[in-house]
Design a protein around this ligand. Structure first.
Ligand SMILES: N[C@@H](CCC[C@H](N)C(=O)O)C(=O)O
Length: 310
């Protein structure tokens, strides 16, 4: 299986990295000549026949990405573009864990110089994102979040019903865009989150136009600690399956919980516990009144190699 695709990529250097257990195959394509097909992505990301990963990230100059040439004109500092693919080969607009792993990779490869405290602009299909290097990781400003079905969400804070198998009744949910689509489902108790069977994509109705990632969320005990709200989340990612973490999903989960609680308190600092670790989400209002979503957490490289070394 996948021999042909891997043979086609023979000699290609790669790195393997992760951010809270959400793992990626990372490639550099400084000339913008290495088009990777969906089948090749699936081959590289396969956990038995390939390297293994939830997704593949190609580093390519923004000026060389078809359809995104103007992004570099508007944001001349966004030299590098994160070309993100899910493990099934499908394209996703954004990946919050991926953009931290991506910047860590650029730094490790010597493609950028980024002292602690400094920031870098990264091109992506969801626009330009600013990533700041922290002492122990990276903070990615993913910009404003939004409601997918705004008109429906307003009245009772719910715009979707998740019709997962074996549930006596559907769970209410909120569909949120972080550049990519998410549907956040509030579960009534932590035990349900632990016992959840996420071997298949939960059925979301209505499904957002471009499909959705689905996050299940419960408040942690205690919910608020030192002014930070704590929640627990599991995720089924579009184009992947269950993963150990999803950065944009954590932002969507915090945004939904904050939206549901908006009549009582507006907490801006959130800690989201996922099976692969902990990420931070901050909602920060800019001078222009825009509410940015800032995701922080670690990023790690675990290996480097060459495809098809045999
Ligand atoms: N794991 C990512 C999200 C990756 C893309 C997602 N599967 C989609 O199709 O939108 C994250 O950390 O945000």
């Amino acid at each position: 299986m996948y021999r042909t695709e891997l043979d086609q990529l023979a000699g290609l250097p790669f790195a393997k990295g992760h951010a809270t257990g959400n793992d990626f195959v990372l490639l550099a394509d400084p000339e913008g000549t290495r088009n990777i097909t969906a089948e090749q992505v699936a081959a590289l990301c396969h956990r038995r026949f390939g390297i293994g990963g939830d997704g593949l990230i190609r580093a390519i100059p923004t000026s060389k990405v078809p359809g995104f040439e103007t992004q570099i004109l508007e944001h001349p500092k966004a030299y590098w573009f994160m070309d993100y693919r899910n493990s099934d080969g499908s394209i996703a607009e954004m990946c919050g864990n991926g953009v931290r792993a991506f910047v860590h990779y650029l730094l490790a490869e010597g493609l950028v110089n980024l002292p602690i405290g400094a920031s870098l602009q990264i091109g992506s299909r969801a626009g330009v994102k600013t990533v700041t290097r922290l002492v122990d990781g990276y903070a990615a400003n993913l910009g404003p979040w939004g409601l997918v079905h705004e008109a429906k969400a307003g009245a009772d804070s719910v715009d979707s019903l998740v019709l997962a198998r074996n549930w006596e009744q559907p769970h209410p949910a909120l569909s949120i865009t972080m550049g990519n689509p998410h549907t956040v489902v509030a579960l009534p108790e932590a035990q349900l989150l632990e016992n959840l069977d996420l071997t298949a994509l939960p059925e979301v109705s209505p499904t957002p136009p471009h499909g959705t990632n689905v996050e299940f969320v419960v408040p942690a005990e205690p919910l608020i600690n030192d002014g930070v709200a704590h929640i627990k989340m599991r995720v089924y990612e579009r184009g992947v399956g269950e993963t150990l973490s999803c950065g944009t999903g954590a932002c969507a989960a915090a945004a939904a919980m904050r939206y549901w609680a908006r009549g009582t308190a507006l907490i801006n600092q959130w800690a989201v516990e996922v099976p692969g670790g902990l990420v931070g989400v901050e909602f920060a209002t800019t001078e222009d009144g825009i509410e940015d979503t800032i995701l922080s957490g670690p990023a790690v490289l675990v290996a480097r190699g060459v495809v098809g070394a045999s």
